[in-house]
Design a protein around this ligand. Structure first.
Ligand SMILES: *[C@@H]1O[C@H](CO)[C@@H](O)[C@H](O)[C@H]1NC(C)=O
Ligand SMILES: *[C@@H]1O[C@H](CO)[C@@H](O)[C@H](O)[C@H]1NC(C)=O
Ligand SMILES: *[C@@H]1O[C@H](CO)[C@@H](O)[C@H](O)[C@H]1NC(C)=O
Ligand SMILES: *[C@@H]1O[C@H](CO)[C@@H](O)[C@H](O)[C@H]1NC(C)=O
Length: 392
């Protein structure tokens, strides 16, 4: 029966074609070195910290990590290149994975995103990561990494976002940090970094390094050429000295938080050609001496200012009473004298904030800005060399 033979050989051919197509693509999927790197990455995480519902629990290497659709395995935590051969993103869920970061991850040569934030990784940040030349986003936010800032990271020429906040990293920041030429956002907050602020990368938009032990002056050499810098938060460190006039003239500056440092003086010039995008300034809890900087009233978009708990003297500049953009003003805990500008106490809408605990006159405790009270006369007299500043 020729027909029958034909039919079964057709089935045979069909079957082998099926096998063929089932096997060949898996050969052309994820490159073996990327699979090996993922295996090493998972192997360095303590199995007891991998919950059954998590991304990592679905990483079962009996199938190819980049094969799609993903039905049971590799459900999340990674992305592949469009041709399904290379890993481009390793972004874990935040479920408390604990372990070290395997240095073998550095062989994922096409990796653009490495995000392990909000887990419990510990140990050092492997220096070998410097070979990830396409890496754009690197976040280790809130883990338990220790050791120093990995010097080799400064070689990551594609890096746009580096967030190593909330770890136990210590030591000084590398002097070569500025060579991160693509970096837009840098967050070093809540670590134990010490020493001075080095020269910053030229294309930075956001510099955040709150709650470390950084010290020394805030010097122009760290910020030279940073024409795009919008956000600076260096609060809760030990920066000292006088903040000079160049700082507030950085052309793109919008938000500045230098509170809880040891600054002793402040020099603020009018904005260059009247132009500035500055919106919020927090210089509270320093040791700044001198007068409230009247030139701040010339910043056209300034809406929030705190200089609370410093050593400011003299009157509140009358220009602040006419500054319509001002929504929040905290000048409490200084030695300010005289009468607050009328516009502050009676403006509509009212400026929020506090002028309490100064040496002001005509600041009725019944108003929100002046409550609960001013400093006792004895304290004010002492600050003004024995002369009662309220009786002039
Ligand atoms: C991985 O998948 C294979 C095949 O589906 C299964 O036999 C094996 O138990 C899985 N391994 C783990 C660790 O879940
Ligand atoms: C400035 O930083 C301090 C400490 O980190 C924080 O408490 C404060 O709210 C910040 N100021 C503004 C205006 O966000
Ligand atoms: C800032 O310093 C003041 C005074 O030392 C302190 O009360 C406050 O808690 C500090 N703020 C932060 C956010 O550490
Ligand atoms: C205000 O700024 C100008 C330059 O713009 C400067 O000459 C002047 O000294 C500043 N005033 C104060 C009180 O700092």
């Amino acid at each position: 029966m020729p027909g029958r033979i034909l039919s079964s050989s057709f089935h045979f051919i069909h079957f082998s074609l099926f096998l063929f197509t089932a096997i060949i693509p898996s050969d052309s999927l994820t490159v073996p070195s990327d699979i090996a790197a993922l295996q090493a990455f998972k192997a360095s995480i303590e199995p007891s910290t991998i919950p059954p519902w998590s991304c990592l629990a679905s990483w079962n290497f009996s199938t190819d990590p980049c094969s799609i659709p993903r039905r049971a395995n590799f459900l999340c935590g990674l992305s592949c290149s469009p041709d399904s051969t290379r890993i481009t993103s390793l972004a874990l869920d935040s479920v408390g994975y604990s372990g070290t970061l395997s240095p073998v991850v550095s062989t994922l040569a096409k990796l653009e995103i490495l995000d392990l934030s909000d887990n419990s990784f510990y140990g050092i940040i492997p220096p070998s990561l410097s070979s990830l030349s396409l890496l754009k986003t690197f976040s280790l936010h809130r883990n338990s990494f220790s050791g120093s800032f990995p010097r080799s990271i400064v070689n990551l020429k594609s890096l746009e976002e580096l967030d190593i906040s909330g770890n136990f990293l210590a030591g000084s920041l590398p002097n070569t940090l500025f060579s991160l030429s693509s970096l837009r956002r840098l967050d070093l907050s809540f670590n134990k970094f010490t020493g001075s602020l080095p020269k910053m990368p030229p294309n930075l938009l956001e510099l955040v390094a709150k709650a470390n032990s950084l010290s020394g002056p805030i010097s122009k050499t760290s910020f030279v050429g940073l024409t795009q810098l919008e956000v600076v938060d260096l609060s809760c460190n030990s920066f000292a000295g006088v903040l000079r006039s160049w700082f507030f003239q950085l052309p793109s500056l919008q938000q500045v938080n230098l509170s809880n440092n040891s600054l002793t003086g402040l020099q603020i010039w009018k904005p260059n050609s009247g132009y500035s995008e500055l919106v919020a300034v927090d210089l509270g809890f320093n040791q700044i001496e001198g007068y409230v900087p009247v030139n701040l009233s010339d910043y056209p978009t300034l809406s929030s200012l705190s200089m609370r708990y410093n050593r400011l003297r003299g009157p509140i500049p009358w220009q602040f009473g006419k500054k319509g953009t001002l929504k929040r003003l905290y000048l409490d805990g200084n030695y300010l004298i005289g009468k607050p500008p009328a516009g502050l106490l009676s403006g509509n809408p009212l400026v929020a904030g506090s002028l309490s605990y100064n040496c002001l006159q005509g600041c009725p405790a019944s108003t929100q800005l002046c409550s609960p009270s001013q400093k006792p006369t004895a304290v004010c007299k002492q600050a003004y060399g024995g002369r009662n500043p309220r009786s002039s």
